[in-house]
Design a protein around this ligand. Structure first.
Ligand code: NAI
Ligand code: MG
Length: 497
């Protein structure tokens, strides 16, 4: 494996507060009841950053009690304008502490500092959107056909205590996608960040207190799947909002059945990106590269299956491989780095496992394909941008979500053929297509089975635009107007005068 860059190097570590971290319950930092802790690891160098309190069932209990008390307490008295003001103040604090928050995610999961800074700006924008949404909660007056003087109308009420269970790939963004609408709706929250990325969640919750959120409205219980399971099973939790794997989602659906919790599930995908013969390749090729290699491929809506019209197939596949080879790989803390390590040792093992599977299945390695261990990368979890060609639809690398910088490329001849290929997946999060023909764009948009379809672009998210999948990619939406609905109950009232 030749060097991918001049000299990929991990030279400097961000200066962050490395004191052990506590849980945050009822506004107070507290250790776990049994004193348990876990290590969080810097994936650029493979070493322990610090220890984090690990919440057990007793701690989850206390956090849920605090959230229930806050729901009935001062938070219930916060009018929409007051909820809006807290969220706007929190957005300001996120900007003021942006560099600190960005570096926590850089060191915890290896996101490049450039991406982390962008995501902080985006986080503030999200909070301003949710602040606006706090003022939009409304029911309806409904004309009824009963005889007599009867007024019928609906009121919207917060669903209650929300368990937010988030993944490690974009820690702060995923946290805000859940906490933002919950607070806008008047809910309270117990947040369980991923065990690979616990640091920014706690700092964010501290800033929320500083912004004027009453203690207990946002609690943080760090820990692993066991902590998440305790939250999911807890009868005092009314809703779970989850982003992560299908396997864990199935556990959550089963475990939540006892108290019939409301669920929002965002579960990733195996999203097709389709390049037609008439596409503007100068745009489509780098975008196809960015669709899979951004965040080292650890993005729920990564463009991990590339379908290219046969007439431009060789050119596009070579171009995407070249794009990958051109990325500056190295220390995520350097502003010039474009491609960082995978977020954890488990993810490294998982992605390397898929590279072996691909080779064993007979796929052709066009570029990348093996762990990077050049001088300077040391023990970091680096896998280079990888392109597989010569694949067929039955292969595991074509069917399963790898969640790494690995794209599988397939040529096609006709529109019908590529629709069938693109939809031949259990997932349905996103799909993209590149064409200059409006007819092709319109037909394809209708025929692709995915929650988000991007035409001549990829990965567009906006607070006002819903995001969420079909099929195994989950149910319910993050972002958009639909999202707020999922944090509200509807109460229908009939009033006789
Ligand atoms: P995961 O789904 O196990 O973890 C996500 C969150 O769920 C974490 O906070 C975890 O602690 C929690 N969790 C784990 N088991 C739980 C349980 N029984 N009850 C409640 N919560 C539980 O995902 P993991 O293991 O980190 O990654 C495995 C694969 O999942 C990735 O390779 C990727 O394919 C997919 N994934 C998809 C994401 C997305 O954005 N949709 C994000 C993260 C992972
Ligand atoms: Mg970590």
């Amino acid at each position: 494996m030749p060097a991918q860059t001049d000299s990929p190097q991990v030279v400097s570590r961000p200066q962050i507060d490395t004191r052990p971290r506590a849980l945050l319950i009822a506004g107070e930092p507290v250790p776990a009841a049994d004193g348990a802790t876990f290590d969080t690891v810097d994936p650029a160098v493979g070493t322990v950053i610090t220890q984090v309190a690990k919440a057990g069932p007793e701690d989850v209990d206390r956090a849920v009690d605090a959230a229930r008390a806050a729901l009935a307490g001062p938070w219930a008295g916060f009018n929409p304008d007051q909820r809006q003001r807290v969220l706007l103040r929190l957005a300001e604090l996120v900007v003021e502490h942006g560099e600190e928050l960005a570096l926590l995610d850089v060191i915890d999961v290896g996101r490049t500092v450039a991406a982390a800074r962008y995501l902080i700006a985006d986080a503030a924008e999200l909070l301003r959107w949710y602040a606006a949404k706090a003022r939009t909660v409304r029911g309806q007056t409904i004309e009824n056909s009963r005889r007599g003087e009867l007024l019928t109308f609906t009121v919207r009420e917060p669903v209650g205590v929300v368990g937010a269970i988030t993944p490690w790939n974009a820690p702060l963004t995923m946290a805000i996608w859940k906490i933002g609408p919950a607070l806008a709706a008047g809910c309270t929250v117990v947040h369980k960040p991923a065990e690979q990325s616990p640091l920014s969640a706690l700092r964010f919750a501290e800033l929320a207190l500083e912004a004027g959120l009453p203690p207990g409205v946002l609690n943080v219980v760090q820990g692993d799947g066991g902590t998440g399971a305790a939250l999911t099973e807890h009868p005092g939790v009314d809703k779970i909002s989850f982003t992560g794997s299908v396997a864990t989602a199935r556990h959550i659906v089963r475990a939540s059945a006892g108290s019939m919790k409301r669920l929002t599930m965002e579960l990733g995908g195996k999203s097709p990106n389709i390049v037609f013969a008439d596409a503007d390749l100068a745009l489509a090729v780098p975008a196809a590269g960015a669709a899979i290699f951004t965040g080292s491929g650890q993005i729920c809506a990564a463009g991990s299956r590339l379908y290219v019209h046969r007439s431009v197939y060789d050119e596009v596949v070579a171009g995407v491989a070249e794009y990958g080879r051109g990325l500056r790989i190295g220390d995520p803390a350097l502003a010039t780095t474009q491609f960082g390590p995978l977020a954890s040792r488990e993810q490294l093992d998982r992605v390397l496992g898929y590279l072996d599977v691909g080779r064993a299945e007979g796929a052709e390695v066009v570029s990348g394909g093996a762990r990077l261990t050049e001088d300077g990368l040391g023990e970091g979890f680096y896998v280079p941008p990888t392109v597989f060609a010569g694949v067929d639809p039955a292969m595991r690398i074509v069917r399963e979500e790898i969640f790494g910088p690995v794209v599988v490329a397939t040529p096609f001849e006709t529109e019908d053929e590529v629709v069938a290929l693109a939809n031949a997946t259990d997932y349905g999060l996103a799909a993209g297509l590149w064409t200059r023909d409006l007819g092709t764009a319109m037909r394809m948009t209708r025929r692709l089975k995915a929650g988000n379809v991007w035409v001549n672009t990829w990965g567009v998210t906006d607070p006002a635009v819903p995001m969420g999948g079909f099929k195994l990619s989950g149910y319910g939406k993050d972002l958009g107007d639909e999202q707020l609905d999922a944090y509200l109950e509807t109460k229908a009232v009939a009033l006789k005068g």
